[in-house]
Design a protein. Structure first.
Length: 198
């Protein structure tokens, strides 16, 4: 039986380090560098979240939930347990355990819904606001400083690009449904306990 020819099975590369983005398909080298910069940001964001989780002694789901509640509070939005389940992509049973942990740590308070007494409204406590501000506030200020260095036109361009990139990542690839990741490295490495949003 003939042996497979390694050259026939190896993916074709047009230059070192461009496995996902061959130059002739990506268009220009600068476009690839933009995507690599996005990747570097994702790595830095993950490191920031890992540090915040460690500093606050929380797991990833709890931190994401707490930041979601804080963001909702800033927007004066009502969040209930079911909304949190959908946001986190977890079951109602897992959400109930998460809420018990946050409440036991003094980071969450529950109130009856104003128009449906069977439902609950979830709020981050004042101490939770202060804790998150203490842990993440300086990093967020530095991030805002970086964004403010851009001109108004550059800010609009970045917003447009990131929104388009989000849409591209959310849509299945029509040409290849194999589930290959859409960046120039394999999927994120699992962290010691895995942008929670900013």
């Amino acid at each position: 039986m003939p042996r497979d020819d390694p050259a026939a099975t190896e993916p074709r590369r047009t230059r070192p380090g461009s496995f996902w983005y061959p130059v002739e398909e990506a268009g220009t080298g600068s476009a690839i560098e933009v995507l690599r910069a996005v990747r570097r940001f994702r790595v830095a964001d993950l490191a920031m979240r890992n540090k915040a989780r460690t500093d606050m002694d929380m797991n990833d789901s709890d931190l994401v939930a707490l930041r979601h509640l804080i963001a909702a509070g800033e927007r004066h939005e009502t969040i209930g347990p079911k909304d949190l389940s959908v946001h986190l992509g977890i079951t109602s049973a897992a959400t109930a355990k998460l809420l018990s942990r946050l409440e036991g740590a003094g980071r969450l308070r529950r109130e009856p819904h104003p128009s449906d007494r069977r439902a609950q409204v979830l709020h981050a406590t004042v101490s939770a606001y202060e804790e998150v501000r203490q842990v993440l506030g300086s990093a967020h200020r530095r991030m805002l400083d970086a964004a403010e260095k851009l001109t108004a036109a550059e800010q609009l361009a970045v917003v447009r690009f990131l929104d388009e990139l989000s849409g591209a990542m959310a849509e299945p690839d029509e040409a290849d449904e194999s589930g290959e990741p859409a960046d120039d490295t394999p999927v994120d490495q699992p962290d010691a306990g895995s942008p929670a949003q900013h």
